[in-house]
Design a protein around this ligand. Structure first.
Ligand code: ADP
Length: 548
């Protein structure tokens, strides 16, 4: 204790009474002469006013000297700490251990920081603890070892560090959460894009290379997005649309406009939507192309269009028929009315003999029958046409003998022929006369052509009905020697309601040949005609005759 007395004092007394340890400092650290004899005073002030806690302990760990800051930091007054074991400044739990550390330090003293990488704690007089940082050094005075400690209260730094750590953790958590959210939304976008139906969603760079591509269409073509990214879009396209697509996409890159257009390749149609993707500077570095196979949609639209058109035509047909019928029905109905009136008159006439009445009535009954026949044929034509328009008619072929069929038909036609007209049937060609076609359809066709041949030819003329077996089918021609068809009217002959200008005085609707043509089409056959005005007409039909 005796030797220590030289050092044992509070900082305020440093320099006043102590000639050492400052006198013991190495020469190069000795202060400049300008401080004169007040040098000790300078050291004292330095020691006392140091912003950090300074304390000097002896080899046994007893506190020899403390500065003002030490007292302030640990909550002591004046010389309270002097002579106390320095462990008083440590939390209880570290004290015992510290004595060991201190001993080993005094055996091999050197300048160093204390407890590197460890949390060091100080304890105030009131028992509260606070984090500290300690640097150690040693010196000898009067042949004794002293250890000097520089203690910094790092409560604020710790708080700041804790704050920073907390902030960092929060930030990291937020970044992690955001990354997760981004990954989730990216996953979602990818799933949405991958399931984009009948097409692809594409992003291209300026060279029109894929940056992104997904969509159901990729599965169809057996390619993966990974394989396409980085490759050229244009090189995947069929050559015929390459230039067009390049122009369209480049336009969007040039900022001219976003565009929507259609591209057709062979029998497939694609609808394209191109949108510029602006970066944060507003420049267009990428474009988005949404490509969609619209073939099905287009087909449906066309179907709908066709149905609407059919509907429209059917309506038009009906209204034209009504106006035509009101006109065409007048003549036969008028004839029927006048014939029945005349028959009635003959019956009530007083001078009528039985023979007279019979003779006159027969003529009028024939007229009535023919007029009714006309009305029926007009109605039949219309009904056939309506069925055809509605797509309700189908060809159902059957095997039958053409000769028998023709003979029956000619027989049925006899009452409708003009006076003295004859139908002559011939069958040429090898093989038997059996045909495999839709009989009802074929009957309608031949009946129509024979009726026209009769209608547009004079009395006593010959109508030639000729069937020829050809390879794979038959050819049927019907030739008359009637009025023929004017050159100008030939091109319109199969049009609905069309009537040649030389036929206005003959009763008709202009529907028959249209129906004939459509039946022939349904039988996969062909119809043609040769005609000369004033000389006559030949209609020729060829149908395949393959029995399946
Ligand atoms: P319709 O006989 O009721 O007028 P069609 O459609 O059968 O109607 O015939 C259309 C037109 O073609 C007829 O109006 C007539 O001008 C002409 N035509 C058809 N067949 C003959 C024929 N054998 N000779 C002369 N003209 C014909």
């Amino acid at each position: 204790m005796g030797d220590n007395e030289n050092l044992s004092m509070a900082a305020s007394e440093v320099g006043k009474e102590l000639s050492s340890p400052y006198n013991q400092l190495p020469h190069k650290l000795m202060p400049d002469k300008s401080f004169g004899s007040d040098i000790n005073q300078v050291y004292r002030l330095l020691f006392e006013t140091a912003a950090e806690s300074l304390l000097i302990v002896d080899k046994e760990g007893l506190i020899q000297l403390v500065n003002f800051r030490t007292n302030e930091m640990f909550g002591y007054d004046g010389k309270e700490l002097i002579g106390k074991p320095m462990e008083i400044l440590l939390p209880d739990k570290y004290r015992k251990e510290h004595v060991g550390h201190r001993d080993s330090y005094t055996k091999h003293p050197k300048r160093r920081s204390m407890g590197m990488g460890m949390d060091l704690w100080g304890k105030r007089k009131d028992g509260t603890e606070f984090p500290v940082e300690v640097s150690l050094n040693h010196f000898e005075a009067n042949d004794k070892l002293f250890v000097m400690g520089l203690v910094t209260d790092i409560t604020e730094r710790r708080k700041a560090e804790d704050n920073i750590r907390k902030l960092n953790e929060e930030l990291e958590n937020r970044v992690e959460k955001r990354t997760q959210e981004l990954e989730e939304s990216q996953k979602l976008y990818k799933i949405v894009a991958r399931n984009f139906p009948d097409g692809t969603i594409n992003v291209f760079d300026k060279d029109l290379n894929y940056v992104f591509v997904e969509g159901m269409e990729l599965f169809k073509y057996g390619v993966t997005s990974e394989k396409l990214v980085g490759t050229s879009y244009l090189s995947r396209l069929p050559e015929e649309v390459r230039d067009f697509m390049k122009e369209k996409l480049t336009e969007v890159f040039d900022g001219r406009n976003n565009s929507t257009f259609e591209v057709s390749v062979k029998d497939r149609h694609y609808s394209m939507n191109v949108v510029a993707l602006h970066n944060i500077d507003g420049d267009i570095e990428q474009i988005l192309l949404v490509e969609r196979d619209s073939t099905q949609q287009k087909k449906s639209e066309e179907e709908m269009q066709k149905t609407l058109e059919k509907e429209r035509q059917l309506n038009e047909l009906k209204s034209r028929f009504v106006s035509m019928a009101s006109h065409e029905f007048r003549t036969p109905l008028g004839a029927i009315l006048s014939s029945t009136s005349l028959i009635e008159e003959y019956l009530v006439r007083k001078d009528s003999t039985m023979d007279f009445v019979r003779e006159k009535s027969e003529r009028h009954i024939k007229r009535i029958k023919s007029s009714i026949g006309n009305l029926i044929s007009i109605l039949n034509d219309f009904l056939s046409l309506e069925k055809l328009e509605q797509g309700k008619v189908e060809s159902s072929p059957a095997l039958f003998s053409l000769t028998e069929f023709s003979k029956e038909l000619i027989e049925d036609m006899q009452p409708t022929l003009k006076k003295g007209q004859r139908i002559e049937y011939t069958h040429k060609g090898e093989g038997n006369d059996e045909v495999f076609i839709d009989q009802q359809m074929f009957r309608n066709v031949i009946f129509n052509l024979l009726s026209n041949a009769s209608k547009y030819s004079p009395e006593d003329s010959l109508i030639e009905f000729c069937a020829v077996n050809v390879s794979n089918g038959i050819e049927v021609s019907i030739t008359d020697h009637g009025m023929g068809i004017p050159e100008d009217d030939k091109t319109h002959l199969f049009e609905r309601f069309f009537r040649a200008k030389n036929a206005t005085n003959v009763q008709g609707t202009g529907l028959g040949l249209n129906i004939v043509k459509r039946y022939v089409d349904l039988m996969d056959g062909n119809i043609s005609f040769i005609t000369k005005e004033g000389e006559g007409t030949t209609f020729k039909i060829s149908v395949q005759n393959i029995k399946s």
